[in-house]
Design a protein around this ligand. Structure first.
Ligand code: XMP
Length: 508
């Protein structure tokens, strides 16, 4: 087993996921209790995660120095590297140049961590997200690589099997990331991969234990997560499950009809459609702040669920929450809250349900894999991810019926053109944003003071990092032309070219 010490990184669980992908068990523990836990579990290796703190700050989370003398290999990632640097006597300082997102790493000295690569690369792309850096190495450490902004972007004491990298090998956008982790776990720690239980079996076992003979409702959004959660729950509890789909009015153009059709004719799950359009618009009136929006939406959802569940006396609510939703909503002790993700937005604390989240520990690509195994229709598997709070978080400012109408039209053009160009399935998500910025335009020699629509298209594998898609100019041109001519209120279209980090995928 490999122990991961969680310093509050957004990607701690993703490190775990990568290790599990290698067939090796993990345990995530907190730094305060690390020595105890490590002595108890006797792991083959220890990984120190990233985290938002500063090793020299008031809220610094550090480690007992004894951990480095147990003879167990250690790999520090990002903040984990700084912890190694600081605890073992080096010097950590705030960097002059910050690095967020993609950067180049130059490998200077080889070591076991970078050994035996087929391509023998000495310079590759990595993803960073930091502001501090180690400016003086601890005694016994050798620098093995740098970036333009960070001299000691990787270092090691090979004799003691201590390794540290400033970048995140666990994120999909770091080239050779999985090779680095494989080298650490299977070579340096000499861990043996074991074959795990099938994920669907694990989930069903979990559902059986949590629900037993009780009645449950499942809130379906039409997306892959809640659909998989509902489908597996139906296999486990059958008639005791009732599925709802709430038409919030915040869905994309034509989506409700599509969902109705899928569940009626393809997945064959009994589904009750509830019209909540008025409830949502009323609740969102005057709400501008993004977190407030999520909370209002979460509250509205849960009150409708309660109303519906009462009719059939169900006390359990099954949801398709996946791990990135959990972590970005501050799912671990030391992580920062980025936004209140939830399938239904920000869930209020007080509600009458026992919540069951069978996919809570999984990533989107794992859920998609399960959907493939369950033979879900391809269009459903390939369907772009859509946030629980829907178009409300793609309208900057107050949500109104008028803005929704404009956004739905613009958004359907984006999707149509991307599909026509044959690019839809290769993209994580593409959408339009109602920016709320008015700009001056000229149409038919007349001045027009109209709306600005932004387009965002991104690629990602695990939600934690993302890059913007280099859509061909011809596709962008076609989208822009169509939006400004077909959506009367719009007079400007812009393209968002921000990666995550530092941006998030959605604008709110
Ligand atoms: P961000 O914007 O945080 O989004 O980079 C990552 C992924 O999560 C989706 N998302 C949400 N999903 N409830 C959800 O169920 C939410 O409140 C929410 N906010 C963002 C987003 O669409 C993207 O796929």
């Amino acid at each position: 087993m490999i122990i991961i010490v969680d310093f509050g990184s957004q990607t701690t669980h993703l490190i775990g996921r990568r290790i599990r992908d290698l067939g090796v068990a993990i345990e995530i523990i907190l730094p305060q209790d690390a020595l105890n836990q490590i002595t108890k579990h006797k792991p083959k290796g220890i990984i120190l995660s990233g985290g938002p703190a500063s090793v020299y700050g008031k809220k610094a989370l550090l480690l007992d120095k004894k951990i480095f003398n147990l003879g167990i290999p250690v790999l520090g990632i990002c903040y984990g590297l700084e912890v190694i640097g600081h605890v073992l006597g080096g010097k950590v300082k705030s960097g002059i140049k910050k690095e967020y997102g993609s950067t180049h790493f130059y490998l200077k000295n080889d070591c076991q961590l970078f050994a035996d690569w087929k391509s023998n690369k000495k310079d590759f792309t990595v993803w960073m997200s930091h502001f501090d850096q180690v400016v003086k190495l601890p005694k016994g450490m050798t620098g093995i690589g740098s970036t333009t902004a960070v001299r000691h972007a990787a270092f090691t004491n090979e004799k003691k099997k201590i390794y540290a990298v400033m970048f995140h090998p666990e994120v999909h956008h770091t080239q050779y990331g999985q090779d680095i982790l494989r080298n650490f776990v299977l070579k340096i720690c000499a861990e043996n991969p074991i074959i795990g239980q099938k994920k669907t079996e694990e989930i069903k076992k979990f559902l059986k234990e949590k629900i037993g003979k009780e009645k449950a409702v499942c809130a379906l959004s039409g997306g892959i997560d809640s659909s998989v959660a509902a489908y597996l729950s139906h296999q486990v509890i059958g008639k005791n499950l009732t599925c709802f789909y709430i038409d919030t009015g915040l869905m994309r153009e034509g989506e409700t009809a599509e969902i109705k059709n899928t569940f009626k004719n393809k997945l064959i799950l009994p589904l009750i459609i509830v019209d909540g359009k008025k409830d949502f618009l009323k609740a969102l009136k005057g709400v501008v702040e993004p977190e407030e929006k999520r909370k209002v939406i979460g509250e509205t959802f849960i009150r409708i669920f309660e109303r519906e569940a009462k009719k059939i006396r169900a006390k359990i609510l099954i949801q398709g929450t996946i791990y990135p939703d959990v972590i970005e909503s501050k799912g671990t002790k030391h992580s920062h809250k980025i936004k209140t993700h939830h399938n239904v937005g920000g869930l209020p604390e007080k509600h009458g349900f026992k919540i069951v989240e069978p996919l809570r520990m999984l990533y989107k690509d794992e859920v998609r894999q399960i959907a493939r195994e369950l033979k879900f229709p391809q269009e459903m598997i390939a369907r772009h991810v859509f946030p629980g709070p829907g178009l409300a978080v793609r309208i900057i400012g107050e949500v109104t019926e008028k803005k929704l109408k404009i956004l739905k039209k613009a958004d359907s053009i984006v999707i149509e053109e991307i599909k026509k160009a044959g690019l839809y399935e290769g993209i994580w998500m593409a959408f339009a944003i109602f920016t709320g910025i008015k700009t001056t335009g000229v149409t038919g020699d007349e001045r027009k003071y109209g709306e600005t629509i932004a387009i965002r298209a991104i690629e990602s594998k695990d939600t934690m990092t993302a890059d913007w898609v280099k859509l061909p100019y011809s596709v962008l041109a076609r989208i822009s032309e169509r939006i400004v001519t077909e959506v009367f209120e719009v007079c400007r279209v812009v393209y968002d070219i921000t990666t995550k980090p530092p941006g998030t995928m959605e604008w709110e």
